[in-house]
Write a protein that binds this ligand. Structure first.
Ligand code: ZN
Length: 838
């Protein structure tokens, strides 16, 4: 088996379905006219250009001609229907009466197709091609599928009996998923069609808050999809799409009368004021837009539309259908990170735009999505959901009630739309009691519902030196973190049963913005308060490979991660240095202060490798020079090491201890914070010089300026072999500490420098032949899906992606599963869950 990339024809297909240039053409041509082939070709060519930057034009041209020829052979004016059929043939297959993605194509499906367009029309095309004539005759009543996920989950995966058998017995163990960011774009789309104003209100507010940098990021994202996109334009598009849907459903279900006058063009439908023509309401009530509308309904009418279109094609209806799909994908691209959007900065834009927020107020649908399509057993066994804690008790209360209330409804088999029949208990205390009661009665082996644990993640925010920087580095954020920690602990004190659910802490968001040490004090305080499971996002996206390694190393040491604690991602410790060097520019620009810390980490790691003495000596030279420039004094590597070792201290107390004759006894402190103050006093007593230098690093404005100076450094500062040695030294530290790495394939492939899943570093960590490097120590790894909505996937798909990568590399099913199963099972063994839940 070999992995197969997407064909050029399918690339053209996704362009026809999602490019703003195609939309412009659709807009300017009245529906009753076929699109000019010449103009469509140009729009497709321009839309396809970023993909074909390294290919001669004839590659595009020949595939285009093939598509046009196929349409002409079938005497069809609309290329789109052909493109849909060709794509569904390329990617999908029927097995035992159900639709799956071909295993060899699953990487390309995830990377190149559903990262750009909704997969629903392709599923519909596959279904339409085998639709038995009998089903066409007996249109209604139609029995929709029963479980929530089979109605609403738009995700498809491959099918392998060996994997299915394993997962059927073991289930999946999710160790890293953000609850917000996990709703699929198709579900949001149906809501947006029904109530466009409501669904885009927050997006519009965000867009117009001119001062915020995340507002600029949202505008950047929207304009990269379509230069003309704005909240007003998006609203008009949704209004038009919702009207188009009515016509199309009527056509699909054969209830459109032959004499009806179809709309003239898209602009007419976008006009909010005039409902110029009677738009037909779908006759089967099931297909009218409502709170119950589901992906299955979409699939149903689209497959019937396609079937009809194959038999009696109508230019206007085909054109309207094409327009509907392009509008949907414009919206889709605001919610799903596409293949060409690399890096965490791009990812973060999707978390800012607020388009998922209205759907994500209710947590129940997500619990059903994680449950999967079978009704009697959950595909996920253990689920860890991450949430960002709030800064007031009231907000935490509201959030936790929503999450746990959703979970209670899930345990009671409630349907998201049928709620209110048996609502969750109104008071948080009562809800917690009922949840506890439930699990006291449930067998630990019961897999009818997944088991939940919550991990709260603090947010990394940026800090810039300047007038508002405060008296020391990350001043404001450190204060906010203390507040958030106190509020969280107060919450646990107020509702002690919450401890069965809030099981761990984490810090997430852009790691280029904030380093691990600012969380140290809060991590310790949480641990003292009984939140003993810890994890931290590190080495996910980095300015330089050395910076990524340093962040992981710092997280291990400064947060004192050990014995079942975890690191999220850790890409820098796994990515092939050769691949990283090939894909990054030769020179990278980095702040002097950051580079100094990177070199310090490298020097410390190299000292653990006996054969690396020469490299260590070279780094020591560069490090003393760099530290000398930053501190404006002579600084040996060992003293810099001793100073930076103290970064984990609570800096508010460091300031108090150094600037006044403060002692912890003067200020009344809770026991939890008392020992933080004591640590500072101990350091002041035993290492006054180091503490003073640390304070200089933290608070001296001239030093800030020097450390912020940008400089260009070589990506190949070390050769490949030395980078490998550094990764291995860090892996030994991870192994020594018994820390588990949560690996998140889709997220990494989208955020890091990978082109495909077969390059993913977890294959190396699994010690797969051909990927493991000589000298790699064994480390423990678990599996997670991160933000399944933004990556248009799910944990099941993550498992199949890695399985596929191993199979495509030549391993047989047993060998592939033998490497992969331990990763899934680590998640079970090292879960953060309360033992009460089993
Ligand atoms: Zn994450």
């Amino acid at each position: 088996m070999r992995e197969q990339p997407i064909s050029v024809l399918a690339q053209i297909g996704t362009t026809l379905l999602s490019s703003n240039k195609v939309l412009a053409l659709l807009r300017q041509t009245p529906f009753h006219q076929p699109l000019s082939l010449r103009e469509l070709r140009e729009a497709a060519y321009l839309g396809h250009l970023p993909w074909s930057a390294r290919l001669p034009d004839h590659v595009f041209e020949h595939s285009w001609q093939l598509l046009a020829q196929q349409a002409a052979n079938r005497d069809r004016a609309c290329l789109l229907i052909n493109a849909l059929q060709a794509m569904s043939n390329e990617f999908l297959e029927h097995r035992h009466g159900a639709l799956y993605v071909k295993q060899q194509k699953f990487g390309a499906w995830q990377q190149s197709v559903v990262s750009r367009i909704s997969g629903l029309p392709l599923l519909a095309a596959a279904k339409a091609s085998v639709l038995p004539a009998i089903e066409m005759r007996t249109q209604w009543p139609w029995e929709p599928p029963q479980s929530w996920a089979s109605k609403n989950l738009p995700v498809v995966s491959p099918y392998d009996p060996f994997v299915e058998d394993y997962l059927g017995r073991e289930g999946l163990h999710e160790t890293h998923m953000h609850l917000n960011g996990s709703t699929h774009a198709e579900n949001c789309w149906l809501r947006a069609l029904r109530t466009p104003k409501q669904e885009t209100k927050d997006f519009s507010l965000k867009w117009n808050s001119l001062s915020a940098s995340d507002a600029a990021a949202v505008r950047e994202l929207a304009r990269s999809i379509d230069p003309n996109l704005s909240p007003a334009e998006l609203h008009r598009q949704l209004v038009a799409a919702s009207r188009l849907r009515k016509w199309l459903v009527a056509a699909a279900t054969g209830t459109l009368s032959a004499e009806v006058k179809l709309p003239h063009d898209l602009t007419e439908l976008m006009d909010d004021e005039s409902l110029q023509k009677e738009v037909p309401e779908p006759v089967p009530a099931q297909l009218q837009l409502s709170a119950n509308s589901s992906a299955a309904d979409e699939l149903y009418w689209i497959q019937h539309f396609l079937r009809r279109s194959m038999n009696y094609s109508s230019v206007a209806l085909d054109r309207m259908f094409h327009t509907y799909l392009v509008l949907q994908n414009q919206y889709y691209r605001l919610l799903v990170q596409s293949e060409e959007q690399f890096g965490f900065d791009q990812f973060q834009k999707f978390t800012y735009n607020q388009l998922r927020e209205p759907a994500e107020e209710d947590y129940l649908p997500r619990f059903w999505a994680m449950h999967g399509k079978a009704s009697n057993v959950s595909r996920t066994t253990y689920l860890e959901g991450r949430l960002s804690p709030k800064n007031t008790l009231r907000k935490n209360h509201k959030l936790l009630k929503a999450v746990l209330g959703g979970y209670w409804c899930y345990l009671n088999n409630q349907d998201p739309q049928g709620r209110g029949v048996n609502p969750s208990p109104g008071k948080l205390g009562e809800l917690l009691e009922r949840l506890e009661e439930h699990f006291r009665k449930t067998s630990p082996l019961d897999r009818s519902h997944h088991r939940l644990a919550l991990v709260v993640h603090f947010i990394k925010k940026s800090w810039t030196p300047g007038r508002k920087a405060g008296p020391y580095r990350f001043y404001k954020q450190r204060l906010e973190l203390e507040l958030t920690t106190n509020v969280l602990l107060e919450c646990l004190a107020r509702w002690p049963r919450l401890r069965s659910w809030i099981r761990g802490i984490d810090a997430a968001a852009n790691e280029l913005h904030a380093p691990p040490e600012i969380f140290s004090s809060c991590y310790r305080v949480c641990q003292r308060a009984g939140l003993t499971h810890r994890t931290y996002h590190a080495g996910e996206d980095f300015a330089h490979l050395l910076s990524g390694l340093r962040t992981i190393y710092d997280a291990l040491e400064l947060l004192d991660l050990r014995d079942g604690d975890r690191i999220g991602h850790g890409t820098a410790m796994g990515i092939s240095p050769k691949l990283w060097l090939e894909r990054m520019p030769g020179q990278l620009v980095i702040k002097k202060g950051e580079w100094m810390l990177d070199l310090l980490a490298a020097w410390r790691l190299l000292r653990t490798i006996p054969s690396a003495a020469v490299a260590a000596a070279r780094v020591a030279d560069d490090l003393t020079k760099c530290a000398g420039e930053v501190f404006r004094r002579e600084m040996s590597c060992t003293s810099l090491e001793a100073v930076m070792e103290l970064r984990h201290l609570n800096i508010r107390f460091v300031q108090a201890a150094l600037e006044t004759d403060w002692s912890p006894g003067i200020t009344p402190l809770s026991d939890l914070w008392q020992s933080e103050a004591q640590r500072v006093m101990d350091a002041k007593r035993s290492r006054p010089q180091h503490l003073k230098l640390l304070w200089e690093w933290l608070s001296d404005r001239d030093l800030w300026e020097r450390s912020e100076t940008l400089q260009s450094v070589d990506a190949a500062y070390f050769d490949e072999a030395t980078y490998l040695h550094l990764q291995q030294a860090l892996m030994r530290e991870v192994a020594h500490r018994n820390v588990i790495i949560e690996t998140l394939p889709s997220s990494n492939v989208r955020i890091s420098q990978y082109n495909s899943f077969s390059e993913h570093h977890s294959l190396r960590w699994m010690r797969a032949p051909g990927f493991v490097q000589e000298g790699d120590p064994e480390i423990m790894v678990s599996l997670g899906s991160d933000d399944p909505g933004i990556f248009a996937g799910d944990l099941n798909g993550e498992f199949y992606q890695l399985y596929g990568a191993l199979r495509n590399h030549g391993l047989n099913d047993r060998a592939a599963l033998a490497l992969l199963a331990p990763i899934n099972e680590r998640g079970r063994a090292y879960r953060f869950h309360d033992p009460l839940l089993g």
